[in-house]
Design a protein around this ligand. Sequence first.
Ligand SMILES: NC(=O)c1ccc[n+]([C@@H]2O[C@H](COP(=O)([O-])OP(=O)(O)OC[C@H]3O[C@@H](n4cnc5c(N)ncnc54)[C@H](OP(=O)(O)O)[C@@H]3O)[C@@H](O)[C@H]2O)c1
Length: 314
Amino acid sequence: MKAVQINKYGHDDVLEVADIPRPTPGPGQVLVKIHAAGVNYYDIKIREGWLQGFFPLKLPHTIGNDFAGEVVELGDGASKFEVGDKVYGLITVHHGGTYAEYLAVDENIIRPMPENTSYLEAASLPMPGLSGLLAMYDLAGIKEGQRLLYHGGAGGVGTVSIQLAKHLGAHVIATCSEANFDFVKGLGADEVLDYNTTDFRDVASAIDVAVDPIGGDTNLRTFEVMNPGGVIIVVLRDDPVEMANRERLCREHQVEVKVLAFDLYPEGLDTLRNKVEEGIIKPVVEHVYPLDQAQEAHKLIQGRHFAGRIVLEV
Ligand SMILES: NC(=O)c1ccc[n+]([C@@H]2O[C@H](COP(=O)([O-])OP(=O)(O)OC[C@H]3O[C@@H](n4cnc5c(N)ncnc54)[C@H](OP(=O)(O)O)[C@@H]3O)[C@@H](O)[C@H]2O)c1
């Protein structure tokens, strides 16, 4: 089968389309014919080797975590799915990769995909969708009437979080480039501002929940617009100097910082499916590339300026 692999860590040119043996499903596994694979910034981090300290990989390694496809074979003892079922999910680097034509995967960590989506849409959902659920429900616990500030609202996690926050009755202020104003307003944001030309401190105030996937100075300035008792959800790992600043700022502004630490969350895929089938979350796939153009997809995502989700069609 075809798979997009790396043989060494590096820039997007280390991505290679390889011919490798089709996997065989082991006990409790199913073989999925992948129709689409979501592309996340996390994939870039894996490719560049930023996470080697946490996840040392055996090379060659197939890239990708999010997928949607069809069950084509059952391993011994696998009983949750039948051949032909449409499934979606997310795997960790220890399970292999999803930029590939087939995936042998433990049946316990995948779920039926939403009935009202295409494969492309379903593959766009897992990592940003589950992150959005964790952020809005578990970490923020958004309540009606609360004021949410989302930095970088046009990104993957923002796309889901803003829709959820509106569903929960929040007033949403989002930052993005001017080119993405219509896109972010379309998600339901009440106020949109261009972070290139406007300091959000001039527009946003009395914020109950802020989500920050940007970090650095954006993170530090966010404290100034928070209500006492507010929560800042940090989506990125940070340097120790900033962490030290943060402790002081948390005390001064009576704000709590919560870090979004994503992990496998199979039951979240059920919640995500329900929210999509109820029309609360609409997947937004803006860029589709064939599998053998994974390099182009990586170039787009590492440029950091785009809207919605990027998906590989397999
Ligand atoms: N901790 C976790 O468990 C976890 C989970 C999921 C994601 N993440 C991380 O969170 C980050 C964001 O992921 P994502 O999938 O939501 O984003 P993404 O889809 O990679 O999108 C990047 C977005 O950031 C915006 N942007 C770039 N620079 C900005 C700035 N200075 N201020 C405001 N917006 C800016 C861009 O918008 P414009 O085009 O409008 O400029 C673009 O839409 C990534 O680093 C990802 O790896 C972490």
